[in-house]
Design a protein around this ligand. Structure first.
Ligand code: IMP
Ligand code: MG
Length: 184
């Protein structure tokens, strides 16, 4: 790209495309081993997991199914405590082995809500896979079985993650300049 359309908001590239790709391949191999014979259903949380889920499942070498859940969006300047499902699953997950695929866990409030909601539908098992774990601001403990990368306490965009619904299409993950977040 001659001019990087995100150069005014991004600070540094935290994870480049190659690094992400290698780790996602490892996660896919691990999931393939752990879920062999179980035909898991992978539940992607929209919209932040579009690339992660698409890349991850192409590294899974066992039969799986895929479904999606959408939740109310996150604002970096308001509490993420209030979460609501805006698009529910199409599949019945009772008795199924469910793996929730999420872009990032921060406070843990979003995943707590999703886990509780899906747990009530009595799946055979329920686990969580996140691309990014930012433990600095965790408010509630959530067991996460698969973590791509643990990142420092900085807001990030790219590879599906957004700032104000923009910058999802960056092929890498970059930190956002502090003044951009403060100035809003
Ligand atoms: P939590 O409820 O605080 O754990 O926040 C998790 C949700 O907030 C994720 O599903 C993301 O959509 C969003 N989120 C948290 N941190 C970031 C970030 O650094 N960039 C983009 N989205 C984020
Ligand atoms: Mg999200």
């Amino acid at each position: 790209m001659a001019v990087n359309f995100a150069q005014d908001v991004t600070e540094t590239v935290l994870l480049d495309a190659e690094t992400i790709g290698r780790r996602v391949a490892e996660l896919g191999a691990e999931i393939s081993r752990d879920y062999a014979g179980l035909e898991p259903i992978l539940v992607g949380v929209l919209r932040g997991t579009i690339f992660f889920l698409a890349d991850l499942i192409r590294h899974i070498s066992i039969p799986i199914t895929v479904d999606f859940l959408a939740i109310s969006s996150y604002s970096p300047h308001s509490s993420a405590g209030v979460v609501r499902i805006t698009k529910d699953l199409d599949e019945n997950i009772e008795g199924r082995h469910v793996l929730i695929v999420e872009d990032i866990i921060d406070t843990g409030l979003t995943l707590r809500y999703i886990v509780r909601t899906l747990e009530a539908r009595r799946p055979a098992s329920l686990n969580v896979c996140v691309l990014l774990d930012r433990p600095a601001l965790r408010l509630v403990p959530i067991p996460v079985r698969y973590v791509g990368f643990t990142i420092p306490n900085q807001f990030v965009v790219g590879y599906g993650l957004d700032l104000w619904q923009t910058y999802r299409n960056l092929p890498y993950i970059a930190t956002v300049k502090r003044e951009i977040l403060d100035g809003r």
